[in-house]
Design a protein. Structure first.
Length: 155
């Protein structure tokens, strides 16, 4: 900032987040916004999509938010959903009784539905929380690795 006092904007409420989600879910917008290409066509399409989202959002809530704030909120919603799902998965795998873990929120479930590829798990055969290494023919157990065994070569 330039040293001036900038008034803090109001926090996002649940209705605003839900409306943003519904705008992203409609008319194939999510596919445009989430494309990973960084070429001119993709960037132009994203710019048009976010402008459209902003116009629809502003028609409901007024000039309360700008495009950058919408993008930042979407990024934060994805991060929050990932954290909820990660916690849920790790709590589900625990043993020892006790109450079942809390389900992820409806918002997290909707975000996962919109961008399922963002929630794919990276499995590590040497991780205690991972599935058994027998499911992965390229993996060796930790004992074999320590003993000097190498992974089979890929053909």
């Amino acid at each position: 900032m330039d040293g001036k006092n900038v008034k803090r904007k109001a926090n996002w409420d649940g209705a605003e987040k839900s409306h943003l989600l519904s705008l992203l879910a409609g008319d194939g917008i999510i596919e445009v916004v989430e494309v990973k290409n960084n070429n001119y066509a993709a960037t132009s399409a994203k710019k048009v999509a976010w402008s459209r989202i902003l116009a629809d959002f502003s028609s409901r809530y007024g000039e309360k938010r700008d495009e950058r704030e919408l993008k930042d909120q979407w990024r934060r919603m994805k991060l929050q959903a990932k954290a909820e799902w990660s916690s849920f998965r790790s709590q589900t795998g625990k043993t020892g009784g006790g109450p079942p873990p809390a389900e992820p929120s409806m918002m997290a479930k909707e975000v996962k539905r919109l961008v399922p590829t963002e929630f794919s798990e990276i499995r590590n055969p040497f991780d205690d929380d991972c599935y058994i290494t027998g499911n992965n023919p390229e993996a060796v157990t930790a004992e074999l690795f320590i003993a000097g065994e190498k992974r089979p070569s890929l053909k």
